[in-house]
Ligand binder design. Sequence first.
Ligand code: SRM
Ligand code: SF4
Length: 671
Amino acid sequence: ASLQRFLPLSPHVAASRRRPPAVRTRPMQSSTVSAPSSSTPAADDAVSAERLEPWVEQREGRYWVLKEKYRAGLNPQEKVKLGKEPISLFMEGGIRSSPRCPWRRSRPTSSPRRTSTCVSSGSASSTATSISKSKRSTILATPMKWNILTLTAKILFRHLAQLEPWARGPLIRLFAKHILVFWGPRVNLAQNANGRSTALRCADGRFMMRLKLPNGVTTSEQTRYLASVIEAYGKDGCADVTTRQNWQIRGVTLPDVPAILDGLKAVGLTNLQSGMNNVRNPVGNPLAGIDPDEIVDTRSYTNLLSSYITSNFQGNPTITNLPRKWNVCVVGSHDLYEHPHINDLAYMPAVKDGKFGFNLLVGGFISPKRWEEALPLDAWVPGDDIIPVCKAVLEAYRDLGTRGNRQKTRMMWLIDELLSHFFHAIGMEVFWSEVEKRMPNGVLERAAPDDLIDKKWQRRDYLGVHPQKQEGLSYVGLHVPVGRVQAADMFELARLADEYGSGELRLTVEQNIVIPNVKDEKVEALLAEPLLQKFSPQPSLLLKGLVACTGNQFCGQAIIETKQRALLVTSQVEKLVSVPRAVRMHWTGCPNSCGQVQVADIGFMGCLTKDSAGKIVEAADIFVGGRVGSDSHLAGVYKKSVPCDELAPIVADILVERFGAVRREREENEE
Ligand code: SRM
Ligand code: SF4
């Protein structure tokens, strides 16, 4: 299937080629292609020019809004943005001062973190008063997601009773539309399967807050601060290492948010622009600067990207009105720990004319109905100037991306559409020239012939103890089972980083943690620390690569529970077979695939099915054959709708057939 994407163009297209192919070409996507037109070249050019007119314009010299003529058929999120740019609620301080914000009128919270700042009434904010009542709740709700104070149905049930009458209707309608109707069948079925009611699942009024953590680098001070926040929420507080080497903290109540935002700032963190149609955490090499075999230290690049993306924590309104989410990474080693093939923009180290820089890949993404690997843009940028091209790519996407069906608005859909719309063009050329147009000097260099990645490199395991490039120092990779940590764990991690290392921790996209800069003579004592019983440097071969998204414990979109299930099924499988090497198993609670099942050796995507007794039960579609590294490949479905309780023997069979596993009973017999 992936080869088909590179089949030759149709004869019609081939005949009208005007320049030789510079990059890999893609076939036209049936869903996006308009039939080849029989119009004249002049008419074609007119149509083409019209399509390349930016769909957005700047308002009040600040925010970018959709032009009137492009407002038909918008998805609901786009309609919200027409009313008020969501980031404005944060940039203009509305989150602090809006006394009419429904949840700010909530009954006194018992949270110890509640401060006078967060309950101060202040004057009625312009955000809340200058817009129509019907839009208020939506507008107040959406920015939460922009900054991933993730707003789930939970808040509705908790606060409904305390809302002013005007706020109840719109809020219910919003949720009815986005969650109860759209996700309704799944939610209801999940209810049956779990024997739990939606009201129960939605009753705690707690939020998740996602941060920006460029390159996954964090300090003991930051970790301690985050631990103190979740500790205050008792059993409701916990944190996760995410699949974009980032922290998410949970249990947050809304009145505490202003104080937490201040606290984040004080320790050099932000949660700005971390959700909805924004640029996500810039991913880099978790071993940057310490790996003897690295190509380039990615930290300064990911920091630059993050500063640009959030405009140094102020919020960057030039790139908040994107058609959809957008992922970026900078590759620093041959191991490709950063997963460049599933990022919208990936910087691949490459030397051109003796100068260090990066070739660019674009358009990689995963979504429920379609997942694609990134393609070469045929562009190179010097290493000392990486931001202009990020800006140019983002602005091309912001200006030209369509904003209708959300399943078709990721950047690859735009790349495809331009290819099919300008049928005389080939490959990436139209997108390339749109990016070039937006470069500060109007020039985009063609790619270096080769990048610096060793295509035969065997991806290394970063868990365990490894020597650093700095003599006398080691890094210690710890396995954090399915990325879940409690406050006490975080305090301990911070202490270990201070006591044995340099006060630094690194998060990885496999939801693990690396302690860098451990003096060799201290390694033994570190390995004897009690926390390493829980976060082992040497987990079993199947646990090593285990990843699980949030799942239905907290995520409103989940169909199944993931984290506990992943651990349970893995332990069941380990009783059945032994594997000769690590096998990467990823779990994801719904087709959004935050747990990236398509990159896993074996992936499990949550769904529901009927068991043999006809009862609806939690199940998984099994994916097999995803690969990471230079040989990357996105897996497809291997077997559909397997009840979770029946997974273990099937997984054991797959491990025996495809991954050289040996059945335990056979091992025992041979002994
Ligand atoms: Fe994700 C939405 C969690 C990485 C694809 N993701 C969500 C939401 C916000 C659900 C929602 O819209 O209400 C989840 C929040 C649940 C919660 O309480 O944690 C959520 N996504 C996560 C995290 C926490 C999973 C994890 O356990 O690690 C990851 C946070 C990363 C970060 O720090 O920023 C996470 N999400 C991903 C990835 C992986 C990646 O980036 O490499 C993907 C697939 C890759 C991609 O995007 O190309 C991913 N998440 C989605 C999608 C589908 C996007 C699409 O184009 O269709 C959604 C739904 C959406 O955006 O509408 C989604
Ligand atoms: Fe939630 Fe689905 Fe993402 Fe898992 S894959 S975190 S269930 S949205």
